[in-house]
Design a protein around this ligand. Structure first.
Ligand code: GLU
Length: 472
């Protein structure tokens, strides 16, 4: 038997912001589709015109593209299930609404808002929950589209379902009330629209956040009424803030994903980090490329407890991905943050080893940590001393280095040769640090500076010798 093609989708509402939680949902859906050689769909759920923010669709597309989460069907590229904007699929919703009306399972809301207000107040006074279904009319009027269309729920049915992550779940009939399928503005509600779309688009697996669990009985009641076999549900655990207690919020720095781009994080690091927030490969691996994630991903290894956001870990991961970049890529990104006089190819590796994201380059520059490349550093001479080695001895060592380095021809004054010369002297000492520390400090004035050999090469023979002479 040929197995059914796996189809997943990411269905954001265009409300302006692309939260990391949303991106993780998109990523998991993408990984699952790719792993199974299936299709991943981007669908825009734009039926709440009040919450819609202009430019959001472009923003969503830009964010996902930056991250390399590419869809097989979507609003910008079309596909066999087009259109991919819910606002352009109204005929489909009407068609299924009519089926429900014909079955006597949907009816136009007969009340005015004021009347419903009275019902609500009365229930509140009686300290009872307000249930619309208790005021359901005995006979249903004809729906002309000017009133909300409501679904007639069953008052006696309980629902049980299986979630691929959370296991067996259930809810009793008290969880259900006659909910709206199509609003008076002609747009469907999320509760109704996504079911029709998932059906028409052949979606096999729905991945979404925990906030949808409580509405699942509503969804199931519609699947039931329309005789549709529901897709499989995989509810994702929440992403928790840094304290591990509350969901990640703005206070924890929950930003729009493109803000991470401006801060200088790599898309591959963001993908790697989000993949591991809620899923684990079952072994010790932590660094993954997208292809490796596709290979390793499995719904059965999605956890149920909230995964905690951790800035340090994200920075570490970004650094690991920076290490994998080609020299050209490093150069392009680092140069973007360097002033003209510091755009020197040779300092790229020095900078690369000190940053965990591109914006750190700016910080290093602003702190003046690179100033020593173009001016003699100011420093405290006591700091030239290594451990408790006497000053005279240090001075002797540097003198020796100066005279040996002086023998190097100017055009041979490169990292390798400098290293050879200095190591020959250093290896004869009790500890190499007796020479290398003061040289590093004399050249850079920094307690922790990069490799002294490369600094010397960049400074050139004259400047290097002059700084060492000064130290002596
Ligand atoms: N439009 C919904 C949201 O943005 C999508 C939920 C779902 O994936 O079904 O939250």
């Amino acid at each position: 038997m040929e197995s059914k093609k796996i189809v997943t989708r990411f269905a954001p509402s265009p409300t302006g912001f692309m939260h990391v939680g949303g991106v993780r949902t998109a990523l998991y859906a993408y990984l699952w589709a790719k792993k199974n050689k299936g299709a991943f769909i981007l669908r825009i759920e734009d039926t709440d015109k009040e919450r819609e923010v202009e430019g959001s669709i472009e923003h969503i597309i830009k964010s996902l593209k930056w991250l390399g989460i590419n869809w097989d069907e979507g609003p910008d590229i079309g596909g066999q299930n087009a259109p991919y904007l819910q606002s352009q699929r109204l005929d489909s919703y009407k068609k299924y609404a009519q089926i429900l009306i014909d079955k006597g399972l949907a009816y136009p809301d007969p009340y005015t808002e004021e009347e419903v207000g009275v019902f609500r107040d009365t229930a509140e006074l009686a300290k009872k929950p307000f249930l619309y279904r208790e005021h359901r009319p005995e006979t249903f009027g004809v729906w002309d589209g000017t009133k909300p269309l409501r679904f007639k729920v069953s008052e006696i049915k309980s629902y049980k379902w299986h979630d691929l992550v959370y296991g067996d779940l259930s809810a009793g009939p008290e969880a259900l009330d006659d909910f709206i399928l199509i609003k008076s503005d002609g747009y469907p509600t999320y509760n109704f629209a996504h079911i029709i779309d998932d059906l028409e688009m052949g979606v096999t697996h729905i991945m979404r956040g925990q906030e949808f669990i409580s509405s699942t009985p509503k969804f199931l009641s519609i699947y039931d009424a329309l005789d549709i076999k529901p897709p499989l549900f995989a509810t994702l655990p929440p992403i928790m803030g840094k304290d591990g207690k509350k969901k990640l919020g703005k206070r924890d720095g929950a930003k729009d994903v493109l803000d991470y781009k401006s801060e200088g994080y790599l898309p591959e690091a963001m993908i790697n980090f989000l993949a591991l927030l809620g899923w684990n490969p079952g072994d010790e691996r932590e660094i993954f490329t997208m292809d490796e994630l596709v290979e390793a991903f499995d719904i059965s290894r999605i956890g149920h407890s909230g995964a905690q956001w951790n800035d340090l870990k994200f920075d570490w991961m970004n650094k690991e991905h920076i290490k994998k970049l080609s020299f050209e890529k490093l150069k392009k990104n680092i140069f973007e943050y360097l002033p003209e006089n510091l755009k020197i190819e040779k300092i790229i590796p020095l900078i690369a080893e000190r940053i965990s994201k591109w914006s750190d380059v700016k910080e290093i520059v602003e702190k003046g940590d690179l100033d020593f490349f173009f001016k003699q550093p100011e420093y405290q001479k006591e700091k030239l001393v290594y451990k408790d080695i006497p000053l005279e001895k240090i001075s002797e060592n540097i003198k020796k280095a100066v005279s040996e380095l002086n023998n190097l021809e100017e055009n041979n004054f490169n990292q390798e040769n400098i290293k050879k010369v200095l190591m020959q002297i250093a290896d004869k000492l009790d500890n190499r640090g007796e020479l290398l520390h003061p040289i590093r400090y004399a050249l850079s004035g920094l307690d922790k500076s990069p490799d002294p050999f490369i600094i010397a090469e960049i400074l050139g023979k004259n400047e290097t010798l002059s700084r060492l002479q000064k130290a002596v």
